[in-house]
Every structure is written in structure tokens, then in C-alpha cells.
Ligand binder design. Structure first.
Ligand code: HEM
Length: 207
């Protein structure tokens, strides 16, 4: 950390954990999209063809879920929704108009980030449980009706996860000064004061 005023938002392990998830998300996502619609089957070429994509996709998905579990266990307490979040959500319209000054003060995460966190956790859990239903190589015993429901719910939660990640990445880029939290691990005091004033207060108390 060069500038001592910078505030530590994530340690090295958390950042590594996050980028491993992001990498696995793209690999599992691309190999899964290959089976989503025939027009996307060409994506299987990235993984050595249809057979290899079918073999690798569940392992990539499982690795993504296990990596996410690491981040989930680290960050779940900070993502619990509370009464302050309700006030923030009531004013969310102002946020989209760019009127940040009208927003109630938030701590480490705002309600939008927390909802994104729980949507990621929920969709990954459904992806994992439904994926097991039709991972034939290891679990050949589920009845056809269960596998069919599994395939449908799997595709649905994949769409939810992809849309959620698009919102997540868009917000990370849109709010200037945020990406460095996950690349360098630190943010500027100005960024913290502007976007997460209660967290800024907590981090600088007694300094
Ligand atoms: C290229 C893709 C991605 C970029 C650029 C990105 C960027 C970021 C940034 C900048 C933060 C810090 C936000 C803050 O502290 O205010 C963050 C946090 C986080 N990211 Fe990502 N991310 C990406 C992909 C993903 C994916 C694929 C997942 C999970 C499926 C994910 C899950 C998370 C979680 C759980 C947090 C912590 C926020 C919280 O706990 O509410 N990210 N990301």
C-alpha cells in the first residue's frame, strides 16, 4: 500500500478467491452455453468439442460453487440485509438518476450489492443441486422426470446468475474507483466517504 490514507477493502486471499470464481464462471458459462441452444454449440470448440465440453462443464461448475463457498463464508455476515437497507431500497430510484447525495448512508455494502450477493449464492446453490440430478457419470440413479425438472431449473438459474453477474460487473465499472478494490485490495478515502460513509467512519475511527 503506497499511500497510507488508502483503506484496505479486501485482503490477498479474498481477491484471489474472487478472481478464481470469475475465471471459473466464464469457463463454466461458456461450456454450458454450448448446450443452451444449438446456435451456441460452436462454443464447445473452445473446450475440445462436444464430448469434452460435456465432461468438463460439471467439474468447472462444481469448482466454481466450491470457490464461491469460500467467498460466501467470508462475506455472508457483511451481506445480511437490515432495516437501513430498506431505507436505501426505497430511494434506489435516486441512485439511478445519479443523485447519490439523496441516498441514506450505507456501511460496507449497499442493499443492491447485498441482493446481488444473495442472488449469486441462491442461483449457484440451485445450479449445483439440479446439476447433480443429471450428472450421469457420477449419479446415474435419478428418475427421468427428476432429471427433466433438473435441466429446466438448471437453465433458469443459469440465466439468473448470468444476468446478476452482468449487473455486478456493470456496477463495479459504473461506480468509479470500485474495480481497484478487487485488483489492488484498497480504495481511496474519498471513494469510501462517497459510496460507503458508515464503513469509512468505521475504518477511520480513532485515526
Ligand atoms: C469480470 C468479472 C468481475 C468483475 C470485474 C468483478 C468486480 C468486483 C469488484 C470491483 C468487487 C468489489 C466491490 C466492492 O467492494 O464494493 C467485487 C466483489 C464481489 N464479487 Fe465480483 N467481479 C466479477 C465477477 C464476479 C463473479 C463471476 C462473481 C460470482 C459469481 C463475483 C462475486 C463477487 C462477490 C460475492 C463480491 C463481494 C461483494 C459482496 O459481498 O456483496 N464477481 N467484484
Amino acid at each position: 500500500m503506497k499511500n497510507t490514507n488508502e483503506l484496505q477493502r479486501y485482503d490477498d486471499n479474498t481477491r484471489m478467491n474472487h478472481w478464481v470464481i470469475a475465471l471459473l464462471f466464464f469457463l463454466a458459462g461458456l461450456s454450458g452455453l454450448a448446450f443452451f441452444h444449438p446456435s451456441l454449440f460452436f462454443l464447445s470448440g473452445l473446450f475440445g468439442g462436444g464430448t469434452w465440453s460435456r465432461i468438463l462443464h460439471p467439474y468447472l461448475g462444481l469448482a466454481m460453487c466450491l470457490s464461491f463457498l469460500g467467498l460466501f463464508l467470508r462475506l455472508r455476515h457483511e451481506n445480511m440485509l437490515n432495516s437501513q437497507d430498506k431505507a436505501w431500497l426505497d430511494k434506489a430510484g435516486e441512485m439511478f438518476k445519479g443523485n447519490k447525495a439523496a441516498m441514506p448512508p450505507v456501511g460496507k455494502y449497499n442493499a443492491g450489492q447485498k441482493i446481488v450477493f444473495w442472488l449469486m449464492a441462491g442461483s449457484l446453490l440451485v445450479l449445483l443441486l439440479t446439476g447433480i440430478l443429471f450428472w450421469h457419470a457420477w449419479f446415474p440413479f435419478f428418475p427421468v422426470w427428476a432429471r427433466r425438472i433438473g435441466v429446466l431449473l438448471h437453465a433458469f438459474s443459469a440465466v439468473v446468475l448470468v444476468l446478476t453477474v452482468i449487473v455486478h460487473v456493470y456496477a463495479a465499472i459504473w461506480v468509479k474507483g470500485t474495480t481497484r478494490a478487487m485488483t489492488r485490495g484498497t480504495v481511496t478515502p474519498g471513494w469510501a466517504k462517497m459510496n460507503h460513509p458508515l464503513w469509512h467512519e468505521e475504518m477511520t475511527r480513532g485515526k
